[in-house]
Design a protein around this ligand. Structure first.
Ligand SMILES: Nc1ncnc2c1ncn2[C@@H]1O[C@H](COP(=O)(O)OP(=O)(O)O)[C@@H](O)[C@H]1O
Ligand SMILES: CC(=O)N[C@@H](CCC(=O)OP(=O)(O)O)C(=O)O
Length: 291
């Protein structure tokens, strides 16, 4: 336990970082697998509120894959992923929208409000935030149809900017619509990357259930603290980055190319991981940089 002097020292040590981030936008992708633990979730929410109170603009894009799995299971429905994307028929996209835009989105909003923040929950439909179109997966020279899975055509950031100006914290679910009004389920990693790009975010943080990119994802000791875009591509081609990590790193590459200064993948199951990343010299997780 720290004594009062040590507590004061800790606050002062954060000063250069608070100055560095003051007024900057930090986009946080809050993955479904990082949300599972109630206690850590509560600490994450407090960290976000603290960020806002020290003058940072946090924008949260959340996932919820494990909760969607649970509901589909309850309904006796099989689910399948292709390259990190959930194949989504009419019923699946409806379940995804209910879980993401209602249950999880409003849960995060309520928790932020409970801790003194002002959160507003949005789906990609609100304020025409996410214009989407049907996504096809190119695999083995074939174009796979995976149903109502969307890809982002355009982000209209107006609603986010209006909210940030009045100190609201936007909490965004990864559901989009096309010009005909069809609903699409979009991998939240992609949405986070697109939004960070459009907002010209200072940082994009991915909170997931592993410490970052590992060369052996069963061995924590193989964490890569910093990696360039071309090295990431090599790890993908070598089959070292697979499954749910694929949309994440593809998004990171895109975001770095679009000018997002730093993209970091970190373990959201560790208490205060975002504060450790933002407010300490050591940092946390894997930082992806352009070549
Ligand atoms: N090279 C790798 N390093 C770390 N994790 C990896 C790697 N390759 C695949 N993964 C997998 O990616 C998972 C994270 O993606 P995912 O489960 O979709 O998380 P989230 O819900 O946060 O989006 C990890 O739990 C791990 O199993
Ligand atoms: C098309 C697609 O895969 N959509 C995702 C959306 C939620 C998500 O991305 O959640 P995580 O961040 O927890 O993985 C899904 O249905 O699981």
């Amino acid at each position: 336990m720290l004594n009062n002097h040590e507590k004061a020292d800790t606050l002062v040590e954060a000063l250069p970082f608070i100055r560095k981030y003051y007024g900057k936008t930090v986009v946080i992708k809050y993955g479904g697998s990082a949300m599972a633990d109630e206690e850590i979730r509560e600490e994450f929410i407090k960290d976000v509120v603290l960020m806002k109170y020290v003058g940072i603009n946090p924008v949260i894009i959340h996932g919820g894959g494990p909760e969607i799995n649970l509901m589909l299971k309850k309904l006796g429905k099989e689910t399948e992923f292709v390259e990190g994307n959930r194949v989504s028929d009419t019923e699946t996209v409806e379940v995804a929208e209910m879980i993401l835009s209602a249950k999880l989105n409003k849960g995060i909003v309520a928790d932020i409000n409970k801790h003194g923040g002002k959160a507003v929950g949005l789906s990609g439909k609100d304020g025409n935030l996410i214009l989407a179109k049907k996504k096809y997966i190119e695999k083995d020279n074939q174009k796979l149809d995976i149903g109502f899975v969307g890809e982002v055509v355009k982000i209209n950031p107006e609603i986010i900017e209006i909210l940030a100006e009045k100190d609201y914290i936007p909490v965004i679910s990864s559901i989009g619509q096309d010009l005909e009004g069809n609903t699409y389920n979009i991998n939240a990693d992609y949405v986070a990357g697109e939004i960070a790009g459009v907002l010209n975010a200072f940082r994009l943080l991915f909170l997931t259930d592993v410490d970052g990119i590992l060369t052996d994802h069963n061995d924590k000791a193989t964490l890569i603290p910093e990696i360039s875009s071309s090295e990431v591509i090599k790890l993908i081609n070598d089959g070292i980055i697979t499954g749910g990590m694929l949309p994440k790193v593809n998004t990171c590459l895109n975001a770095v190319n679009k000018g997002v200064k730093n993209v970091i993948i970190l373990n959201g199951k560790v208490k205060h991981s975002i504060l450790l990343e933002l407010f300490t010299y050591e940092g946390f997780g894997t930082m992806i940089k352009s070549d």
